[in-house]
Ligand binder design. Sequence first.
Ligand code: PLP
Length: 449
Amino acid sequence: MNAQHSPLAGRPPAASDPTPAELIAARPGLAMHAMDGLTFADVPLNAIADAVGTPTWVYAAPIMRARFRQLAAALAAAGLDASIHYAVKANDHLAVLDLFAREGAGADVVSEGELRRALHAGIPAARIVFSGVGKSAREMRLALAEGVGQINVESAEELAMLSAAAAAEGRTARVALRVNPDVDAATHAKITTGRAGDKFGIPHDQAVALYRHAAGLPGIRPVGLATHIGSQILTMAPYRAAFARLAALVAALREAGETVEVVDCGGGLGVAYRDEAEGSPAALAGAIAGALGSLRTRIAVEPGRWLVAPAGVLLASVVLVKAAGNTSFVVLDAAMNDLVRPAMYEAWHGIVPVSAAALAAEPGPADVVGPVCETGDTFARGRLLPPLARNARVAILDAGAYGAVMSSTYNARPLAAQVMIDGGRFAVIRERQDHAALWAGERVPAATG
Ligand SMILES: *Cc1c(COP(=O)(O)O)cnc(C)c1O
């Protein structure tokens, strides 16, 4: 195989990958039992596959809760008056939103659909931040009518649109200006968002003038500044650079007589997919406090991935194993239409067998693929895995964020089922999509010829 042509080109050789046993040991929610096989939050994944079939997304509520509390505790320990606005786009299932709502979370939303989901799940409008580079006038009117607590504005053009919408509705929009701090988050190019030339935010050298302009516009009340520099960020240097820019802007605005109540530090904290050191809430809280603490503003954060990625797995079965020289293709019943991250971002996900016997067997290199008619439908190349027979089950790890939300029905594959584990029991939280649902809503016009 020519590595240049691999969709996962640039990855280190498989021999340096963590083994399935190491991946399990590094994740507190996972354990291998001799009889039951792999368990997740104390529930055997075999029991879920037997009851619901595969492919199935499995989420562990206790892990989501624990992570939310760990982040909240870190922000409080750093002396910050901080609110957590869960980034709905990472995993927008109502059960996930309900869980975070009960923890007291707000939400960060980027569309009418996400706003409606968050409200439907019981997240108070006042705790919702509306982000996004292209909010429509209709979305603005809805946000104003619902009383959304903060609208993050990304351009002068958007500010004018929002002012017109607010004035027409007789409402006042609480606005934070999203600043593009021109820092490189040192993550994948498709998910870095804070460099000059990225489509997001207001260039930082224009922010003070626009804030002052906003303060004079009808229907607009500027309340603060926001930034979001990217996703899957594992080091603090880019954060520190961005927060330092925001701190300088807050000082300049106050000098100019403006009020700045809140600084929204965005999301982006990364997780350990392979063997990276996971992004640390304490380190993030320290970076925020170090740059912004003395300004005594309220702080907002918008984490998505960090809260939910390790709290989900995609459970799949082996359809068949195809021999190919000194490697083999393990073809799963899950595919890129379910989990697109490997195809879209060259993302590395751990893949572990569900059976204890399989885990103990001598590993060999395998390409793990789905059945979709695209070479990009590849979960892993040259991965060292124990021999997996037809119908063997595997868990694709850390699939709780940007997993089910990015699914499609490409190749007319129904959306997979979703299950949530809590208190040692599991519940189906979305049925596997019915085939007839694939064409529900389609109309065939009467033949005219
Ligand atoms: C995507 C996004 C987030 C969440 O990013 P994560 O990397 O999942 O934490 C937060 N804020 C905004 C504006 C976003 O676009």
